[in-house]
Design a protein around this ligand. Structure first.
Ligand code: SF4
Ligand code: SF4
Length: 81
């Protein structure tokens, strides 16, 4: 199972990970990102793409599943599938 770590020493609490994660894995609490829904992570790594601080680490992830998921792209695709 994937394990998600957020480095609170570099997280600036911008909220981009919480906003962009399609599975609502993150929440912002006390100005920092916390993992609240790890089991639903689909390993798309969108949060890595958007984090300006490189604060997020995924452990035990399969690189073959790496896929950037953008919420706008997802909503566009839903019109067709
Ligand atoms: S890898 Fe994707 S599903 Fe998992 S926490 Fe990051 S944005 Fe959310
Ligand atoms: S995107 Fe990065 S810096 Fe911003 S809240 Fe999430 S972990 Fe913190």
């Amino acid at each position: 199972m994937v394990k998600i770590l957020v480095d609170n020493n570099v997280c600036i609490g911008c909220g981009l990970c919480a906003h962009d994660c399609p599975m609502k894995v993150y929440a912002i609490k006390d100005g920092r990102s916390v993992v609240v829904n790890q089991d639903d992570c689909m390993q798309c790594l969108s949060c890595h793409e958007v984090c300006p601080s490189n604060a997020i680490e995924h452990q035990d992830i399969y690189l073959s599943r790496r896929l950037y998921v953008d919420l706008e792209v997802c909503s566009m695709l839903r019109r067709f599938i």
